[in-house]
Design a protein around this ligand. Structure first.
Ligand code: 5GP
Length: 192
């Protein structure tokens, strides 16, 4: 979408290792007006899907999830990266490889907050290789919850995560898809 592409062109910085830095508006300092537009765009696309919960992973997905939930009137639930011990078997767990830190995180979600009656919209700030989203899909599978859509602020289309999810039939909305990026510029995928 144009508003996200324009903001990436204005304030995004391409860093070594295929990292797009957007910390002035999306995941460190937060531009609430922009995040509100993100929430509204996800609502417009998924409002007829019967969404009961917005699901993300801490930390940078939480702000987007909250703005989105404001439109849907549903709770947000986020998978935690901090180590919780699954003593009572009351947690869903999945292992997610972090693109930005290069380590494996075990993410956890309390079973009381996601179940077979839920229709889930997964949201996140970035989609790269798809590890974070696939971890959330794994948690939804364990819960028996239905995933009715995936909303992403910025997809890096030159990595495989987004196209893989589309090929598997998921309803994925990425507000900007970066197909190429280098010191000399950023090329976005044309909207279908
Ligand atoms: P994936 O799991 O799809 O490989 O990567 C997505 C996760 O890694 C997101 O939750 C995001 O926090 C982080 N990430 C991936 N690529 C980038 C990037 O280019 N810039 C930033 N800031 N975060 C990224």
């Amino acid at each position: 979408m144009k508003f996200m592409e324009d903001r990436i062109l204005k304030d995004g910085q391409v860093r070594p290792g295929n990292i797009l830095k957007v910390d002035s508006f999306l995941n460190h300092q937060l531009d609430i007006t922009l995040l509100n537009e993100v929430g509204k765009a996800f609502y417009e696309r998924f409002k007829d899907k019967g969404v009961t919960k917005i699901l993300t992973v801490e930390a940078s997905g939480i702000a987007i999830a909250c703005m989105t939930a404001n439109y849907f009137g549903t709770p947000v639930v986020f998978a935690k990266k901090s180590k919780s011990r699954n003593l009572d078997g009351d947690l869903y767990t999945s292992v997610v490889h972090s693109f930005t830190y290069g380590i494996d995180n075990t993410v956890t979600l309390s079973k009381k907050f996601l179940g077979a009656d839920d229709k889930v919209l997964i949201v996140d700030d970035f989609l790269a290789n798809g590890k974070a989203v696939n971890g959330l899909l794994d948690i939804c599978r364990q819960a028996g919850a239905e995933v009715v859509g995936i909303g992403i602020a910025i997809e890096k289309g030159f990595q495989r995560g987004g196209d893989d999810l589309r090929e598997r039939g998921y309803d994925l909305l990425s507000l900007a898809v970066v197909d190429e990026m280098s010191d000399t510029g950023i090329v976005f995928r044309k909207e279908a």
